[in-house]
Unconditional design. Structure first.
Length: 308
């Protein structure tokens, strides 16, 4: 068996074309979506790569983009100030808070300071609750991309989505607030049987005893090459969310995922490549949420004017 690559770049082009048309229509009506990114100096390779990709794509689509970069070790007051300045900026319809946050900054306090109507990654407690209830204001872009690609793959194989999910076992590796936890919620919402594991499964006996159970394996652990062929059931669909910088013997730096693609490709039915898999779709969906926030804000303003 050789895994069929799930082409995120092609799907992103399709989604991006539709979004570009939507942005153009909003511009014609005087609405200009804008994304603000808060980038702590402590943010790692993956966060900075994400920020750069979003900046390029926003420019292509006509979405405004502002970056507030904080120094490494910034205080909680500085982080909160950056978030609030974005909340208060009328040119900003979506706020993206990249992490990790500096040491000593209370994550829950910062998440709670986000304007729920601009919190496009659904970190504010109100948005987390809405997602858990199955009525999300926003869906975090990376797990949304995972399931968009999975839905597209299911459609491409001629299977019924509902039937596929109802008989499938999904294992999510990683429990981050923006990927692992919401991915579990999205899998459950589709009627699948879902399990969640993290690095402790690997430390206390190996992840294979859980991951080999999966028909669909979502890997978002932040560890290069964590999942290998022996961890994957034959015929599984594997979605690799990892973005890791690895330096080769010759000093060349390359980007790899959390999955050892070379070995897993010989065992899985389908696999998202890194780069070129989940990432490009994530970028478009994050900006799509930003555009959605701008449209909602314009509708709310129009309703307020009509009421007055």
């Amino acid at each position: 068996m050789t895994a069929r690559p799930i082409d995120g770049r092609a799907r992103a082009r399709e989604l991006g074309a539709a979004l570009a048309d939507e942005v153009a229509a909003l511009h014609a009506s005087g609405i200009r979506p804008g994304l603000a990114t808060v980038l702590p100096g402590d943010a790692g390779f993956g966060a900075r790569a994400y920020q750069r990709r979003l900046h390029r794509l926003a420019a292509e689509l006509g979405v405004g983009h502002r970056t507030v970069e904080l120094p490494a070790g910034a205080s909680q007051a500085a982080v909160l100030g950056a978030v609030r300045s974005c909340n208060d900026d009328p040119a900003v319809s979506g706020v993206l808070l990249l992490r990790p946050l500096p040491a000593g900054v209370d994550q829950a306090t910062v998440f709670g300071a986000l304007d729920p109507a601009k919190d496009v990654e659904a970190l504010h407690p109100e948005n987390v609750g809405l997602l858990a209830l199955g009525a999300p204001r926003f869906v975090p872009a990376t797990p949304a991309a995972v399931f968009d690609l999975l839905d597209t793959w299911i459609d491409g194989t001629g299977q019924d989505r509902a039937g596929f999910y109802h008989r499938s076992r999904i294992v999510v590796v990683g429990r981050s607030a923006t990927v692992g936890v919401p991915a579990v919620a999205l899998g459950c919402a589709r009627g699948a049987t879902v399990s969640s594991i993290d690095e402790w499964a690997d430390r206390t006996g190996g992840i294979g005893r859980y991951t080999r159970w999966a028909d669909v394996l979502v890997v978002a652990a932040g560890r290069a090459g964590l999942v290998r062929a022996e961890h994957v059931a034959p015929g599984a669909v594997v979605l690799d969310v990892g973005i890791n910088a690895v330096t080769g013997p010759d000093g060349t730096v390359r980007t790899v995922g959390d999955v050892d693609a070379g070995s897993v490709a010989a065992r899985a039915a389908a696999l998202t490549p890194v780069p070129g898999g989940v990432g490009p779709v994530t970028d478009v969906l994050l900006l799509r949420s930003t555009v959605l926030a701008a449209r909602r804000a314009a509708m709310a303003a129009a309703g307020s004017r009509a009421a007055s």
